[in-house]
Ligand binder design. Structure first.
Ligand code: FAD
Length: 398
């Protein structure tokens, strides 16, 4: 596999690095402290053409691939995780699903919104449906030319409905409590309540295989999101590692730079190995996406698993190398460590993704429910199945 970047890719990487160092780095601590969405960073990214760069040229984007997005995301995350997540959300995930499966009108609308700085959301998680996403209870009932949505979501990152008048909102859309997150505090996660929310039928996204496979097809779009999330984790780890190496060369104890102690040398060697391995998996996953498609599911899962574990370990070790100075809230490393913590949870937990990888190795589905494996397509829209499942669970408990 050829990992040599083209001149255009190197140029993009250099421009992203300069933007992150000049504009994102100085504001990153403030964004974390105030927990305010960094609209100024959105505007900088938009002006630099880094928002919606994977959107096709005919829709106003640049038609770039996942690897280009990954190069930008890593540079942002080295200094500001929130800015990196903005690049993820405006190039991968929900926008990818709409661009791939949407009608021409839906694609045009989504592209316009994203290119003007909006940030779409995927609203799956519910209080009782986390990893077991198919257990969601939110309903969409068709009434004439609208769907009536009722349900409760939580931990939803950003949302697009409120910002567009055509969608007949905000009536019926209640933005509940903001989740008091440990890290990446510039990006809000909120509870969303749909209380008879009306969504025009023309907004329904129907993949070519039909609604029966809608959930599985949406999960496919998550592979792009996972590569993006893995890259934010990588960038945070890379940023922390660079700070650790600089400090180890500068800080003296026992009359020598602490970099001369083997205990720290081996820590830095392990950090660099984990970073290189994570980057290689991420680039491989990014390059697996066909034009207009999504990265391979197993490659994306492997990349996210390794990068997420690496981010926690490397940011923690970097803080260790700084000693008490790293433990101080005046030092950005405690923020890097908090920011790194989300990636083994959001977008498929470390455990669930490992089960998915194992299932691909073994060549069969691995049952996770007491009643056996529920085929997603069978579950959606089949209340009879849901009732059967619930009653057999109740029996199992008694
Ligand atoms: P649970 O599913 O309750 O899991 C709890 C623990 O049990 C975990 O350690 C898990 O790995 C383990 N576990 C569960 N099932 C298994 C199993 N079968 N095998 C082994 N271990 C298992 N959701 C959205 O829909 N949209 C968003 O935009 C979004 N953004 C998020 C942003 C952040 C910062 C966070 C933290 C979460 C976000 N989420 C979002 C929710 C996220 O997708 C869920 O948190 C995730 O799916 C896990 O669900 P849960 O938190 O309910 O954990």
């Amino acid at each position: 596999m050829d990992f040599e970047l083209s001149p255009a890719q190197k140029d993009l990487q250099t421009r992203a690095r300069a933007l992150a160092e000049t504009h994102m780095a100085p504001r990153a601590a403030e964004v974390d402290r105030t927990e305010a969405y960094p609209w100024d960073h959105v505007e900088r990214l938009r002006a630099a053409g880094m928002i919606g760069m994977t959107i096709a040229k005919e829709l106003g984007g640049q038609g770039l691939g996942y690897l280009e997005a990954v190069l930008v995301i890593e540079e942002m995350a080295k200094h500001c995780g929130a800015s990196a997540r903005i690049v993820v959300e405006t190039n991968m995930g929900a926008i990818g699903a709409i661009l791939k499966y949407g009608t021409p009108a839906q694609r045009k609308l989504a592209a316009e919104l994203v290119l003007s700085g909006d940030k779409p959301a995927i609203c799956i998680t519910e209080p009782q449906a986390g990893s077991a996403a198919t257990e969601m209870t939110t309903r969409a009932d068709k009434r004439g030319d609208v769907y009536i949505l009722n349900g409760r979501k939580h931990w939803i990152t950003g949302f697009i409905l409120v910002r567009h008048p055509q969608l007949n909102t905000p009536k019926g859309l209640i933005i509940g409590k903001r989740e008091p997150a440990l890290g990446l505090r510039g990006i809000p996660e909120s509870e969303l309540i749909f209380d008879n929310l009306e969504v025009p039928v023309e907004m329904l996204l129907v993949p070519p295989r039909g609604l029966r496979h809608g959930f599985a097809d949406l999960m496919d779009a998550y592979n792009g999101q996972r590569v993006g999330a893995a890259t934010v984790a990588l960038g945070l780890a890379q940023g922390a590692y660079e700070k650790a190496v600089t400090y180890a060369n500068r800080r003296e104890q026992f009359g020598r730079p602490i970099a001369e102690f083997q205990g720290l040398q081996w820590m830095m060697a392990d950090m660099s190995i984990a970073l290189e391995a994570s980057r290689a998996l991420i680039w491989k996953a990014a390059l697996s996406a066909p034009p207009g498609g999504f990265p391979d599911a197993v490659l994306a899962a492997r990349a996210k698993i390794l990068a997420a574990d690496t981010a926690i370990k490397v940011t923690n070790d970097a803080l260790q190398i700084w000693g008490a100075a790293g433990y101080s809230r005046d030092n950005p490393l405690e923020r890097y460590l908090r920011d790194a913590r989300m990636f083994t949870i959001a977008g498929g937990t470390a455990q669930v993704l490992r089960t998915f990888v194992a299932s691909s190795i073994l060549g069969r589905k691995l049952p996770q429910t007491r009643d056996g494996y529920l085929t997603v397509g069978d579950e959606i829209g089949r209340p009879d199945l849901r009732r059967d499942k619930q009653s057999s669970r109740a029996k199992a408990r008694t």
